[in-house]
Ligand binder design. Structure first.
Ligand SMILES: C[S@@+](CC[C@H](N)C(=O)[O-])C[C@H]1O[C@@H](n2cnc3c(N)ncnc32)[C@H](O)[C@@H]1O
Length: 326
């Protein structure tokens, strides 16, 4: 399937996630309850969450993904996703390859892998709403299950991970730092990369300077998740007002992030949905690019092929290669 040629004209893809794959939001609820709601909605589903059933403070990414897919996902954003995948993987095509997407969110990047001709795409996410949204996207795009499989599972569940094959291309963008055990999650993911394979991950950068240090963001995110809905709304409004004011005093259009339907320069969600994820994404861990490189290189022996980094609260992007013969 090729990249849509009409990328200059954003077209709403979503007619609404149909009732068969609709589910309640698990935002801010504990994992035991989110697991239960998934089993209720899809009794035939495979559930591998034994390790993560302990109640804990956890942001429900999937509800945000579902809303994004219903309201904002269009062909231009899919084209951006395809291009960002090409850039990070340093590949023009995935023809003949198996692509494993850990923490697939809306399924957008798994879809991008299909458009890059991957022979097989394997996606999973911990969050039931993410799984439903990905299933819905696959159905919309008429991609057969045999080519794109989607499951609910956790990268921290050893039994579940053992059921997955080693792959030539493993992609996990913005996920492993939200598991609650980032270094264990990195180990579990790295083990699924075949010799000679690509390991493409992105991890939140460590920022020490105040006031917007990573430690401060940890507190903000925890506060957001502990807050009732109206307080979350206030925090989102405050964030957006601050963003607009900063752009205004630097003589830039304060509203461009809201009006840009094509998502120019953005790899995933639109600004409105991203703000919720930035404030809410919890559990939350981080590492400097150097710390991450040292860990993956020394512990797993992978070589760093590509790195995109900066000095703020961004997600550093890494492309590692597992040497052949290891
Ligand atoms: C910020 S989103 C990124 C989604 C997608 N990778 C992307 O780039 O658009 C993080 C995703 O990681 C998922 N996640 C969190 N913990 C996980 C776990 N233990 N196993 C699998 N997925 C997990 C969340 O449910 C969420 O969909």
């Amino acid at each position: 399937m090729g990249v849509a040629s009409d990328a200059s004209k954003p077209r709403a893809l979503a007619r609404g996630i149909p009732p068969s794959v609709r589910g309640g939001s698990n935002e801010g609820k504990d994992t035991a309850r989110s697991r239960a709601s998934f089993v209720d909605a899809r009794g035939d589903a495979r559930v591998h969450l034994s390790e993560m059933a302990t109640p804990e403070l956890r942001y429900g990414f999937g509800a945000n993904w579902k809303d994004y897919a219903e309201t904002s996902l269009n062909e231009a954003r899919i084209a951006n996703a395809v291009q960002s995948l090409r850039d990070l993987l340093a590949l023009e095509t995935l023809r003949g390859e198996t692509f494993l997407d850990i923490g697939c969110g809306s399924g957008l990047f798994s879809l991008a892998a299909c458009r890059l001709d991957a022979a097989r795409v394997i996606s999973f996410d911990f969050d039931a709403d993410s799984v439903r949204t990905s299933l819905w996207l696959r159905e919309r795009e008429r991609i057969p299950e045999a080519r794109w499989s989607i499951q609910q599972g956790s990268v921290l569940d050893a039994g579940f991970m053992a059921s997955l094959p080693q792959v030539a291309v493993l992609y996990s963008w913005g996920v492993l730092h939200h598991t609650g055990r980032m270094w264990d999650a990195i180990d579990a993911a790295a083990a699924k990369v075949a010799p000679g394979g690509r390991f493409a991950i992105s991890i939140y950068n460590r920022v020490e300077r105040k006031p917007d240090s990573s430690a401060m963001w940890w507190k903000i995110k925890r506060l957001y998740n502990r807050s009732p809905g109206f307080a979350r709304g206030l925090m989102e409004t405050a964030y957006m007002a601050n963003h607009a004011a900063t752009r205004l005093i630097t003589l830039r259009n304060p509203f461009s992030a809201h009006t840009d339907q094509a998502g120019a320069g953005r790899r995933g969600m639109d600004f409105r949905h991203d703000v919720k994820d930035w404030l809410g994404g919890f559990p939350y861990e981080y590492a400097s690019a150097g710390e991450l490189f040292e860990y993956v290189h020394r512990k797993h022996g992978f070589h760093l092929e590509r790195l995109r980094t900066g000095d703020g609260n961004i997600c550093n992007e890494f492309l590692f290669i597992r040497p052949t013969g290891t």
